[in-house]
Design a protein around this ligand. Structure first.
Ligand code: PMV
Length: 354
């Protein structure tokens, strides 16, 4: 029989949490200690493109990330592959004359090639875009019938934040109650058109890989931080309700206040962890001061800031005018070739996701 190959390519943007996920109650299934909310970015700027292929001539599953082969033996990849394989259906590709029966998927192997158009593991949520794209592409390849929320519960097992990248706009990851994780999944709150005057600017403070992985950091925080316990139980539930309302009504003042406060509390939890975790650096702190000072002088906030597990700033401007002013301020405070390590700006499109 002549060898055949079937391929699917998908593109998935990354997402940035405005109410953060930090801490797992189950490390294997990746179940969080609180709900979180994120905004999905424009795929033109920060996204993963993944091609998955299946062929009768492949004798093992293999993967390449940015052109370099990586091991698929890790539990996270294996969980995603197993879960999608279990949902594979018959495939009939008339154009290519390929017929794959549901039962054949167990014996067939896949090759995966994935590219990020931004620095990997520098606190820009590369794993979020990566696992969401991988799960989505595999689901299409294997003709799985699950909807995006059901797929999100699979992507979650690759990287928690990945579950939120299966939708555009604003997305909520519901922590769920079930022990098997079946109800820990993402839902879209509003689509990308709902609040399209927002402009997202990412100031790449440092594109090197972070020192503490989110997995290690979360484990240490869960084990040692009292502030995290308080945050998950007393702070986040109320903030989630308020944030949903702010997004629904496009109330930028509340949105900015909640976003900045939540980022700051997440980094306070990192400091409250033993050993303490430092994701932000001096440049990050200077950006916060600059935005805080400006917001105060304007009377109402113009820009919200948020930082993930790295020093890079994600700045969400109320509109184009505020974004232009923000860029002027950033260029003034951090001129190109100054001795800070702020080396580039990634400028988000007006629409957050196409
Ligand atoms: O999904 P992970 O393991 O990459 O964790 C991401 C955690 C934060 O980015 C810091 C917060 C979040 O909600 O995305």
């Amino acid at each position: 029989e002549k060898p055949w190959v079937r391929m699917v390519t998908a593109q998935t943007p990354t997402n940035i949490a405005v109410i953060k996920y930090w801490g797992k109650r189950d490390e294997t299934l990746i179940l969080p200690v609180n709900d979180s909310i994120s905004v999905t970015l424009d795929p033109a700027h920060l996204c993963t493109t993944t091609t998955v292929a299946v062929s009768s001539s492949f004798d093992q599953d293999r993967m390449w990330l940015n052109g370099k082969e990586i091991s698929l033996s890790g539990g996270r990849f294996q969980n995603c592959l197993r879960e999608i394989r279990a949902r594979a259906c018959d495939v009939e590709d008339e154009e290519k004359g390929i017929k794959i029966a549901k039962k054949d998927w167990e014996k067939l192997h896949v090759h995966i090639a994935s590219f990020n158009n931004f620095p990997t593991a520098a606190g820009l949520a590369s794993s979020a875009a990566g696992f969401a794209c991988l799960v989505f592409a595999l689901a299409k390849l294997m003709n799985a019938k699950e909807d995006n929320s059901e797929l999100s519960a699979i992507a979650r097992q690759g990287s928690g934040s990945a579950c939120r990248s299966l939708f555009g706009g604003f997305v909520k990851w519901i922590m769920g109650k079930a022990e098997d994780g079946r109800d820990s999944l993402a839902v879209q709150l509003v689509d990308e058109k709902h609040w399209d005057e927002l402009v997202i600017i990412i100031a790449v403070v440092c594109s090197r890989q972070k020192e503490t992985s989110s997995t290690t950091g979360m484990r240490d925080s869960v084990e040692t931080s009292l502030l995290l316990k308080h945050r998950a139980k007393e702070v986040v539930p109320k903030r989630i309700t308020e944030m949903e309302e702010a997004i629904k009504t496009r109330d930028f003042e509340s949105f900015a206040q909640l976003t900045c406060a939540d980022s700051n509390q997440f980094h306070a939890v990192c400091l409250d962890t033993c050993p303490p975790i430092f994701y932000m650096n001096d440049t990050s702190h200077r950006i916060i001061s600059c935005v805080e000072k400006w917001n105060r002088s304007e009377g109402t906030p113009q820009v919200a800031y948020t930082f993930d597990a790295g020093p890079n700033a994600v700045l969400i401007a109320h509109n184009r005018k505020a974004a232009t002013q923000l860029l002027q301020k950033l260029l003034f405070c951090f001129p190109p070739s100054s001795d800070t390590d702020l080396n580039s700006y990634v400028i988000g499109d007006k629409s957050i996701l196409k």
